[in-house]
Design a protein around this ligand. Structure first.
Ligand SMILES: NC(=O)c1ccc[n+]([C@@H]2O[C@H](COP(=O)([O-])OP(=O)(O)OC[C@H]3O[C@@H](n4cnc5c(N)ncnc54)[C@H](OP(=O)(O)O)[C@@H]3O)[C@@H](O)[C@H]2O)c1
Length: 299
């Protein structure tokens, strides 16, 4: 089977490509603008989603039988700074791709986010009403609605993803380790909760979704609800750094252009029931030492 993966050069994309290629899928990898050798025989092809003609041409060449759509302007601050561009890529780009897929009867697995919720309650299920408080969340929700127009498509709303960055993209925790190695403390919010999900477990969830018979909307989070502070403490313990390198912070101490949702933890029961084989790791995932983290990272 031939699968198209968009966003191949981001944090999630390289993990998805590994999981699918290992399972024998024939992978076509699209990026926004970067050309990266992802694996022997798999190079990213730059296809800017805001350019409908370029997308259409690249689609004819790819001839996919399934799509994992992970490309997005995924930085909250970038979406706020340029909402028009965020809309062009995240909403219009998704619509272009879905139209092409629909005409070819090809299913799309769309990667959405916990940030479609306002964070006032937490432990959200698929029945809860989304109410995004950021431009990023708004564009992702609009894209979900477009994707779900076709009954063969799937939306996987994922929690905060963590793991070593690949393709030269440093993840948040890569940056934390860099600071700690230099003896510099980092602040962690004690009043912000997520259900952190390892990038490798997210990729496995996508592989299982493609192999199974899922349709519609699913929440895909990690097995625990943790505050950023709890994540920081556990990460320091596993990586062998002293607690003095962590400082407690509260959201109200920082001024931000858009509100930071307090608790966007997800309830993933529906997905776990549909995909019995999926066993996501507890934070910090399969990378239990700094050496293991380093080996998993190319950032
Ligand atoms: N990271 C998280 O914690 C998290 C949590 C929940 C959901 N998600 C969702 O998961 C997906 C992947 O996130 P990520 O963290 O891997 O994102 P990321 O690291 O920011 O990577 C974004 C990817 O999208 C591509 N891209 C950016 N602008 C594009 C454009 N105009 N046209 C085509 N491709 C473009 C980038 O290509 P270049 O490298 O060439 O720029 C890159 O491959 C996103 O849809 C995001 O909303 C992420």
């Amino acid at each position: 089977m031939r699968v198209l993966v968009t966003g191949a050069t981001g944090q999630l994309g390289p993990y998805v490509i590994d999981a699918l290629a290992c399972a024998g899928w024939n992978v076509v990898a699209w990026s926004g603008h970067r050309r990266v050798r992802l694996q022997p025989g798999i190079d990213s092809i730059p296809v800017p989603l805001e350019d409908a003609q370029a997308v259409s041409r690249a689609w004819q060449e790819a001839e996919p039988e399934a799509v994992v759509h992970a490309a997005a302007v995924a930085r909250i601050d970038a979406c706020y700074a340029d909402p028009r561009h965020a809309h062009q890529v995240n909403v219009t780009g998704t619509e272009t791709l879905c139209d092409l897929a629909d005409r070819s009867n090809v299913p799309v697995v769309y990667i959405s986010t916990d940030l479609v919720f306002d964070g006032s309650r937490g432990r959200y299920t698929e029945q809860d009403e989304p109410r995004p408080v950021s431009v990023y969340g708004q564009t992702k929700l609009r894209a979900e609605q477009i994707v779900l127009r076709s009954p063969r498509n799937v939306v996987l709303r994922m929690s905060l993803l963590f793991g070593p960055g690949r393709c030269g993209v440093a993840s948040f925790l890569d940056r934390v380790l860099r600071r700690w190695r230099q003896g510099e403390p980092m602040r962690f919010f004690e009043d912000e909760w997520r259900s952190p999900l390892a990038l490798s477990d997210a990729a496995e969830a996508i592989r299982l979704t493609l192999s199974g018979d899922l349709r519609g909307l699913y929440h895909v989070g990690g097995p625990e609800r943790l505050s950023r502070w709890e994540m920081g403490v556990r990460f320091a313990q596993h990586m062998g750094y002293p607690e003095q390198l962590l400082q407690r912070a509260r959201r109200a101490e920082f001024s931000a252009a858009e509100p930071r949702p307090a608790d966007v933890s997800l309830c993933s029961d529906r997905f776990r029931e549909a995909v019995a084989d999926w066993q996501p790791h507890r934070f910090p995932g399969p990378w239990l030492t700094e050496e293991g983290w380093r080996r998993g990272s190319t950032a």
